[in-house]
Design a protein around this ligand. Structure first.
Ligand SMILES: NC(=O)c1ccc[n+]([C@@H]2O[C@H](COP(=O)([O-])OP(=O)(O)OC[C@H]3O[C@@H](n4cnc5c(N)ncnc54)[C@H](OP(=O)(O)O)[C@@H]3O)[C@@H](O)[C@H]2O)c1
Length: 333
């Protein structure tokens, strides 16, 4: 299977049940992009070269360190015979892939630019979508960069909507990033006036943290480094002595599993959306702390996730404005 294969065939030709796309941009997932930045001194040229190297070696953008990928945006170039007229796509359609780049055959001819602030890489290349590969049309009312930023993390707010019940107490770790902000917004609506949303951020002066406060997307903001499990969980416990029904982990650094587990009440749920999550650290950490919690792997796909994430954005004008300010293509190109 392509996800766990080290290398896949990236010949840019659509098989009978495949779609070939001209790729314009890659949206590298945050855990992978942070790793690429740190190991290449935040140098855009070196990062671009490393991405070319990875794709050259593996036939896909599958970061060998983080194991994660991202998504692409581009135009449909060719539709395999079996899919013509049946998959809702036409040649020329502008789409974003909703399946990971870790399983998407990709060939890059040229890296045009690397945007350090957003993790977006403009390229000239080709990619293959399999029959099972999810995709979304780029909405006409949204800037492409904004759409990409939202669709990349669409699984988070959709899963939050499913997990949170009215009246519940929710903590979002890494609340001021893309998935964190959307998760807080989705949680706030779901838990209602009786519930509580607590955001955990490393620094409350970030624009995202300020937005959370100003727009009351959280009821409380905890400033803590989530890699310090005892400190972060003690601060949450000071606000919610019964701890949280649901904890959503949206960070892009390793080592935050235990903080998330310790913030959850006995019988609570921890949803690990972060790609930095270690199964062993989570499983053994919960065991060691004697916490009977249900831990959910952040499946990037939840039914209707793209629509739910876009709806979450559209329902919050201030969040919409923030995403435009931060991720719009015209700002960062
Ligand atoms: N499950 C999936 O299918 C899927 C799909 C896409 C992405 N992801 C993963 O989901 C995670 C979040 O993605 P994103 O795009 O939302 O990332 P993002 O926008 O970069 O946000 C990450 C957030 O984590 C915060 N953070 C970093 N270190 C922290 C610490 N020590 N304590 C508390 N918070 C900390 C960051 O704060 P600062 O900015 O202040 O550092 C930032 O707000 C990443 O790991 C990404 O790879 C998963």
């Amino acid at each position: 299977m392509p996800q766990d294969a080290w290398r896949i065939d990236n010949t840019p030709r659509a098989g009978s049940s495949e779609v070939l796309c001209d790729v314009e941009a890659l949206n590298i997932d945050s855990a992978s992009f942070r790793q690429l930045c740190e190991s290449n001194g935040y140098d855009a040229v070196r990062i671009g070269e490393r991405v070319l190297e990875i794709v050259g070696q593996r036939g896909k953008q599958h970061n060998p360190v983080t194991g994660s990928g991202g998504m692409f945006v581009g135009h449909v170039a060719e539709i395999g015979k079996e899919l013509q007229g049946s998959n809702g796509l036409a040649v020329g359609d502008r789409i974003a892939s909703l399946v990971s780049l870790t399983l998407t055959p990709l060939q890059i001819d040229e890296v045009l630019s690397v945007e350090i602030a957003t993790g977006r890489i403009r390229v000239r290349g080709k990619a293959i979508l399999f029959q099972s590969g999810l995709w979304a049309r780029i909405p006409h009312d949204l800037d492409e960069g904004v759409a990409l930023a939202v669709l990349d993390v669409a699984g988070a707010p959709a899963q939050v909507r499913r997990l949170c019940l009215p009246g519940a107490t929710i903590a979002v770790v890494g609340a001021d990033g893309k998935s964190g902000l959307l998760s807080c917004a989705a949680a706030k609506v779901r838990v209602g006036p009786e519930g509580r949303v607590i955001g955990i951020v490393p620094d409350d002066s970030s624009p995202g943290a300020q937005l959370l406060r100003q727009e009351r997307l959280v009821d409380a903001l905890v400033v803590a480094d989530a890699r310090n499990a005892l400190e972060a969980s003690a601060r949450v416990a000071a606000l919610a002595p019964d701890l949280c029904d649901v904890v959503v982990n949206c960070v892009n650094v390793a080592g935050t599993e235990l903080a998330s587990i310790l913030c959850a009440r006995e019988g609570g749920v921890v949803y690990f959306f972060s790609m930095c999550t270690s199964f062993t650290a989570a499983a053994l950490g919960a065991e060691g702390a004697g916490r009977d919690v249900t831990m959910i792997i952040g499946n990037g796909y939840t039914k209707g996730h793209a629509d739910i994430a876009l709806q979450t954005l559209r329902e919050n004008p201030a969040l919409f404005a923030y995403f435009n300010e931060t991720y719009a293509t015209r700002k960062t190109a």
